[in-house]
Design a protein around this ligand. Structure first.
Ligand SMILES: O=C(O)CCC(=O)C(=O)O
Length: 261
C-alpha cells in the first residue's frame, strides 16, 4: 500500500495533471491491485464489526436509522484506525493528490460509502467545493470502488469540464450524507453530457472540488455498492473555518431533529 514509486514517472505525472485540468477528473483503473483491495475490504469488515458501535452518530449514517444492516456512510475513518490514517497520509493517494493539484496537500477525510440493494439512495448532483468552503477552491475527492459498480448499482457520473464554470447555486436536498445539491441541475446539462464510470474493485476516480457529479441509487435486488472516499486540500487553499463550524453545527442539529442520525 505504501508503494509510491510508480507515480514518480514524470511523463505519467504530466498526463494525469493535463487530463485533470482539462476534464475536471481522472479515471485510474486498478489503482490498488487485487491483493491490496482484498486487504482493504478485510480491514473494513473488521472495522464495521468492532468499531462502528462506538463512533459518534455524526460519523455513522444508515439509510434507515432503525435498520443496522443498512449502513450507508462512515466518516473520518482515519480518526478511529491507524490503518486508514496510513492510507491517507504519506501514501499513494496523497502522492496522486499532490500531482493533480500541483501542490503539497493535506488529507481531510477517509470515508466509506455503501448503497444497500433496493434502498440505496441517489447521490444528488453537487460540487464538493460547496461543502469545503475554500479560497481558492483547490481540492480533490477520490472515489475508489471496493467491488464492481455499474449503472444498476449507481456508478459515479461527471459533467466533463464543469470545474471551469464556477460554483452553481446549491440548496437543501433531504439526502443524508449529501445535504446540499445543485438546485437547477438539468437546466444546463442533459444525460448526454454525463460521463459515467462502471468500475471494478480497486479502480479509482478523482475529481476536482468544482466538478459537478452525481450517482443513481442502487436499484439491484441483492448487490451492495461499496466504495471509499479520500479528500485532500491543496496547501494554497484556505479554509473558512468559522463558516465550516457553523455549517457542521447546523447540519448536526437538523439531522438530530429529523431523527436521521
Ligand atoms: O458515492 C457516491 O455516490 C458519490 C460520492 C460523492 O459524490 C463524493 O464523494 O463527492
Amino acid at each position: 500500500m505504501k508503494r509510491v514509486d510508480d507515480l514518480n514517472d514524470k511523463n505519467l505525472q504530466r498526463k494525469l495533471r493535463n487530463d485533470f485540468l482539462t476534464d475536471g477528473y481522472i479515471f485510474f483503473p486498478g489503482f490498488l491491485n487485487s491483493s491490496e483491495i482484498i486487504e482493504v475490504n478485510e480491514k473494513l469488515n473488521t472495522f464495521k464489526k468492532t468499531k462502528v458501535d462506538n463512533m459518534p452518530r455524526s460519523d455513522v449514517y444508515f439509510e434507515d436509522i432503525n435498520d443496522k444492516t443498512s449502513l450507508k456512510q462512515l466518516q473520518r475513518l482515519f480518526r478511529y484506525d491507524s490503518y486508514f490514517a496510513d492510507m491517507m497520509v504519506n501514501s499513494r493517494f496523497e502522492k496522486l493528490a499532490s500531482i493533480l493539484l500541483d501542490d503539497r496537500v493535506e488529507g481531510k477525510n477517509v470515508q466509506y460509502f455503501n448503497k444497500p440493494p433496493k434502498i440505496g439512495q441517489p447521490t444528488p448532483a453537487h460540487q464538493d467545493g460547496y461543502y469545503f468552503m475554500l479560497e481558492p477552491n483547490e481540492a480533490v475527492t477520490m472515489w475508489m470502488a471496493l467491488e464492481p459498480v455499474d449503472e444498476e448499482t449507481g456508478c459515479v457520473r461527471y459533467i466533463k469540464g464543469s470545474h471551469l464554470n464556477g460554483m452553481r447555486e446549491h440548496g437543501k436536498t433531504g439526502t443524508l450524507g449529501f445535504s446540499q445539491g445543485i438546485l437547477d441541475y438539468g437546466r444546463k446539462e442533459t444525460d448526454k453530457n454525463e460521463i459515467f464510470y462502471p468500475t471494478k474493485s480497486g479502480d479509482l476516480l478523482v475529481h476536482h472540488s468544482m466538478t459537478i457529479h452525481r450517482a443513481d441509487g442502487n436499484s439491484s435486488e441483492n448487490r451492495t455498492r461499496q466504495a471509499m472516499g479520500f479528500i485532500y486540500y491543496a496547501n494554497k487553499a484556505k479554509e473558512d473555518v468559522e463558516a465550516q463550524k457553523a455549517y457542521q453545527k447546523k447540519l448536526a442539529k437538523d439531522l438530530t431533529k429529523e431523527n436521521k442520525v
